[in-house]
Design a protein around this ligand. Structure first.
Ligand code: AMP
Length: 209
């Protein structure tokens, strides 16, 4: 199963990806997570991308395409993968096609802009388990609350910048996958389990058709 997850920041891609990779036994390849790990480890890549990430803008296409090509060539991705956060521009989508990558499905998680800011600014991650919480909508238990961390770019100002980048640079890839008959539009409004139910049903319909 080779799948792509598209959606604006805060749509719930990371949360939903956990269940999907378990269902299909495929790796979750999040380009944002890869870049954040590089920044934390202060690698050459991390030093190069840190300022761009912190501004809420996108890292250059050539760098991202090289990173993803290398990652999906790894043995654990031989029987499939869930790409989360890539492609994010039309040139990135074209590079994936040109590399001969055959996709099975593209999920588009749709959430109106006015809901996204509160979802993103309340988001916290448990660095020990990777679980994502929300201070208001999915609060952590008191015993782990102290260790949760907030992403540097999950602030009100940066979310607006990231949403702008999504609409200007990422939304134009949607018609490419729609025309290829690969796109499943999923309503991302509701609880994580409601959204998971919609994704499961849409995937069942797509794979049984
Ligand atoms: P994410 O965790 O997917 O929201 O990504 C966090 C940040 O990493 C983005 O705001 C970009 O600066 C950068 N990034 C992640 N994936 C890509 C990509 N495919 N192309 C360009 N920049 C990316």
């Amino acid at each position: 199963m080779r799948m792509i997850f598209i959606g604006p920041p805060g749509a719930g891609k990371g949360t939903q990806a956990t269940a999907l990779v378990q269902r299909y036994g495929i790796p979750h390849i999040s380009t944002g997570d890869m870049l954040r790990a590089a920044v934390a480890a202060k690698t050459e890549l991390g030093v190069k991308v840190e300022a761009v990430m912190n501004s809420g803008q996108l890292v250059g296409d050539d760098l991202m395409v090289g990173l993803v090509k290398e990652r999906i060539a790894a043995p654990d991705a031989a029987k499939g993968f869930l790409l989360d956060g890539f492609p994010r521009t039309v040139p990135q989508a074209k590079a994936l096609t040109d590399a001969g990558v055959q996709l099975d499905v593209v999920l588009l998680l749709e959430v109106p802009d006015d809901l996204l800011a509160s979802r993103v600014t309340g988001r916290r991650k448990d660095p020990e388990t990777g679980t994502i919480y929300h201070l208001q909508f999915d609060p952590p238990s008191a015993d782990i609350a102290h260790r949760l961390v907030q992403r540097d770019d999950d602030t009100e100002v940066k979310v607006r910048e990231r949403l702008g980048a999504y609409h200007a640079q990422t939304a134009p890839i949607v018609p490419i996958y729609e025309e290829a008959g690969l796109l499943l539009r999923i309503d991302g409004v509701g609880s994580p389990s409601e959204v998971a139910g919609r994704i499961g049903a849409a995937l069942d319909r797509h794979t049984n058709r």
